[in-house]
Design a binder for this molecule. Structure first.
Ligand SMILES: [Cu+2]
Length: 142
């Protein structure tokens, strides 16, 4: 066997094994707002829908191996931005957890401008690595 031709192949195999590490979404994975975009104006009781591609949704606390390829949504509302990506996400009015795997929510916010952003968390509410975050959008509530 010619080792000079085999080494690059082995290296590629090794890199592939490392990059498919648990809780690591692929580079094409993303979360996004299905029916809201930056600059939109909405009325209260708006049902916002959460989209996800290239990764799955499971309830928080899932113990089986689905947890390696799926998580649950968090909606950051007017979040101050002091997020530690290595710690579980806080439960606050700025960070709403969708522990049951919900993929939509009814928005009821005070009139005015608000920022919204989606961030996926794992079974322990920690962001994946790299984090699956939507673009931060600013909306106006009438
Ligand atoms: Cu959570």
């Amino acid at each position: 066997m010619n080792m000079s031709k085999t080494w690059p192949f082995l290296l590629l195999l090794l890199l592939t094994a490392v990059s498919s590490y648990a809780h690591t979404p692929g580079e094409h994975a993303k979360v996004y707002f299905k029916n809201l975009k930056d600059g939109d104006t909405i009325s209260n009781n708006y049902k916002v829908e959460f989209g996800i591609e290239g990764y799955g949704i499971v309830p928080a606390g899932t113990k089986d191996k689905r947890r390696h390829t799926a998580g649950h949504h968090h909606l950051l509302i007017d979040h101050p931005g002091n997020l530690d990506m290595d710690e579980p996400l806080d439960h606050s009015r700025n960070c709403i957890h969708f522990d049951a795997g919900e993929q939509d929510a009814i928005l009821n916010l005070p009139p005015g401008k608000h920022t919204l952003q989606l961030l996926l968390g794992d079974e322990n509410h920690e962001p994946t690595d790299p984090p699956l975050m939507s673009k931060k959008i600013t909306i106006t509530v009438q």
